[in-house]
Design a protein around this ligand. Structure first.
Ligand code: NAP
Length: 287
């Protein structure tokens, strides 16, 4: 029988850990602060930012939102980031993506101090993930690793297939699985024999952005299936995996909603706590 991995429940456990960590720091006179920058009125971005703010409030993290108009100039955005880099009350800075087209996303990411880059998108942090010596991991792959650990699913020696090679999900996901001694294959839109490759997966991660992309005939009996996708089909939120057809074949599977999604915010909170501890010169326990 297939096990549904309950990301909502696991995220609550992570957040409780963070809440206690924030409380411990407060007892030592150290506050934890996150600055969230949003440029423009993208409705999805607004929801994400509001959810991040609510999570901060629930955990005792001081959250500051900077809502800038869609026509904000690059220089003004960089000036704000520079100010936040220097603000000792702010431990983490994130700039909600995507940015309006006239802004240079790469330059904006590079302007955030690597010590405050809780999204782990800065090239410095990306490099550190590559060499396996990191403080922050992008929140979605970090959340997936947390779920696997919670479910006692070992990665070592397993065939891991990641569909998708984005900088925020696919590539860091593949690196984390590799660091845990998985044998990793990354697939993308130019991959040939996708179905055959997916069928070799003991752990299959779908980060494509297409509803029902992963069908039952792509999944090996007894595989662990992680669905990162967040798509809208017939007005309903759904993942990349044809859940009804794949679930009976999988040993474990994440649902959408209630799987990877809630973990992403929980890991952002954890990264913010890690940033505060590092900046206060305190040790950070291994995850
Ligand atoms: P992305 O940047 O659009 O990347 C999608 C990847 O899928 C690309 O690497 C693309 O290949 C690959 N792909 C597209 N069509 C394919 C095909 N026919 N066969 C094989 N590969 C194909 O998306 P993303 O940012 O990684 O996000 C992926 C999904 O996860 C989206 O639904 C997004 O909303 C969701 N997401 C969820 C969370 C969460 O918290 N749950 C967080 C982040 C993202 P190419 O590189 O060749 O184009």
């Amino acid at each position: 029988m297939s096990k549904r991995i309950d990301g909502k429940q696991i995220s609550l456990e992570v957040k409780e850990r963070v809440r206690l960590g924030v409380q411990e720091l407060a007892a030592q006179g150290v506050s934890v602060g996150l600055a969230v920058i949003i440029v423009g009125d993208d409705p999805a971005s607004k929801i994400y930012v509001s959810n991040k703010k609510k999570a901060c409030e629930a955990l005792g993290i001081d959250s500051r939102e900077y809502a800038l108009p869609a026509d904000t100039a690059q220089a003004d955005l960089l000036e704000l980031i520079d100010r936040l880099n220097k603000d000792s009350h702010i431990n983490g800075i994130l700039c909600q993506l995507p940015l309006p087209k006239h802004l240079d996303e790469k330059a904006v990411i590079a302007a955030i101090s690597p010590e405050k880059d809780v999204d782990a998108f800065h090239p410095h942090n990306v490099g550190r993930i590559m060499i396996g010596d990191y403080d922050f991991v992008p929140c979605t792959p970090a959340g997936i690793m947390e779920m696997l650990a919670h479910e006692n699913i070992s990665v070592e020696g397993k065939n891991c297939v990641v569909i998708g090679r984005s900088n925020i999900v696919g590539k860091p996901m593949a690196m984390l699985l590799l660091h845990q001694n998985g044998t990793v294959t990354i697939c993308h839109s130019k991959t040939r024999n996708l179905k055959e490759i997916c069928k070799t997966a003991d752990i299959l991660v779908a980060a494509v952005g297409k509803a029902n992309f992963v069908t039952a005939d792509m999944v090996k009996e007894g595989a662990v299936v992680i669905d990162v996708g967040m798509n809208r089909a017939d007005g309903k939120l759904c993942g990349d995996v044809d859940f009804a057809a794949v679930e009976p074949k999988a040993a474990a599977i994440t649902p959408v909603p209630g799987g990877v999604g809630p973990m992403t915010i929980a890991m952002l909170m954890q990264n913010t706590l890690t940033a505060a501890k590092r900046q206060a010169g305190m040790p950070v326990k291994d995850r």
